[in-house]
Write a protein that binds this ligand. Structure first.
Ligand code: PMP
Length: 364
């Protein structure tokens, strides 16, 4: 096999090796089935078992209460930017609150604006999206249909360390880039959704976790694939679901349960990994400049800049030559970004930290 390099891409991102190996082993013939997971009917008993065991492991990892449904939907997190307001804002006569912490929150509110009135509860753009707000800074509407926030801004590298307090207003969360990285107080969420392709699996499926009382708030019937009711009634199988992607999410969830030992353990590993890189930034005497304010730093996406773009370019290409891939910052903000999701091993972060120290020694 070709040697695997350290992949610091923001998503699609590194997947746990045991999950990839199990998929490889069973690719041609799933045990007891004799066909590939990509070839079996989504109505078959075996496929239902794949979905059920994936859901069971997600429930175990996140302690998802019985009051919450777990859905596997097409269209990535981006379609949830639309489905949330189509189902909950359209025709509600209420505003929807949005906390604008970065590029993804901006995309989310844009779709909501097509469906009804929106209120910006907080906007970090004046500050170049360097931090998340405190509860005391939020300007929430008392009668909002919901409040939407982005728990980790993948591009800017800032992360909430707890849920914003929205009182009785349903909390909706885009958790795409820190889903399954730490335990969550699931009972706090009306809807939490995540595209799989960072921490949970390959692209092609969004995991949507929804408290049942949201259903009463849905507006009028709409296009079948955009109406949550159909997904709920048909257990995520209104049409042919992304079976392979769900299967992979199941393998990743199994790895988290059986090998890692749960999300408390995963969180500790993730914090330690991030600390290695933030220490290299903080101890560089300004050679590396972190983008995020310290108390808003993401444990998933570490973002920083250097004195000039030539030096950054040189950093990226020499890192690539040493098997450290995907370190270029997002085109909209520039600089560098190391995405260190669950599947990035500690050794990968240590290798990057050593590379950062060495590069500074040579160029600083
Ligand atoms: N939200 C966040 C926080 C993201 O990082 C991304 C993808 N990078 C998205 C939404 C969009 O996800 P998708 O490509 O699954 O639509």
């Amino acid at each position: 096999m070709e040697k695997r390099i350290y992949n610091f891409s923001a998503g699609p991102a590194a997947l746990p090796l045991p999950a990839l190996e199990e998929a490889q082993r069973d690719l041609l013939a799933l045990p007891g089935v004799g066909m590939s997971i990509m070839e079996i009917s989504h109505r078959s008993k075996q496929c239902l078992e794949v979905f059920e065991s994936c859901e069971a492991n997600l429930r175990k990892l996140l302690s998802i209460p019985d009051s919450h449904k777990v859905l596997f939907l097409h269209g990535g997190a981006s379609l949830q930017f639309s489905m949330v307001p189509i189902n909950l804002l359209r025709g509600s006569g209420k505003p929807a609150d949005y906390i604008i912490t970065g590029s993804w929150a901006k995309k989310a509110i844009k779709e909501a604006q097509r469906e009804g009135e929106t209120n910006v509860a907080w906007d970090g753009s004046g500050d170049n999206f360097k931090r998340v707000p405190k509860d005391s800074e939020l300007q929430l509407s008392s009668d909002a249909a919901y409040c939407h926030y982005t728990s980790n801004e993948t591009i800017q590298g800032i992360e909430f360390d707890k849920e914003p307090d929205t009182g009785d207003v349903p909390l909706i969360c885009d958790a795409s880039s820190n889903f399954l990285s730490k335990p969550l107080a699931m009972d706090r969420y009306g809807i939490l959704y995540a595209g799989a392709q960072k921490n949970a699996g390959p692209a092609g499926v969004a995991i949507v976790i929804m408290r049942e009382d949201m259903i009463e708030r849905f507006g009028e019937e709409t296009h079948a694939m955009l109406d949550y009711r159909n997904a709920i009634d048909k257990q995520s199988m209104y049409n042919t679901p992304p079976v392979f992607a769900v299967y992979m999410v199941g393998l990743v969830a199994k790895w988290l349960v059986e090998t890692i030992g749960g999300l408390d353990k995963m969180q500790k590993i993730n914090k330690d990994k991030a600390q290695l890189l933030y220490d290299a930034i903080d101890q560089s005497g300004g050679f590396y400049k972190g983008h995020a304010e310290k108390d808003s730093r993401s444990a998933m996406n570490v973002t920083w800049t250097m004195e000039n773009s030539e030096l950054e370019q040189e950093f990226i290409s020499s890192a690539q030559a040493q098997g450290l891939s995907g370190l270029k910052g997002h085109r909209s903000v520039g600089g560098l970004r190391a995405s260190i999701y669950n599947a990035m091993p500690v050794a990968g972060c240590e290798t990057l930290r050593d590379f950062m120290l060495e590069f500074q020694k040579n160029k600083g």
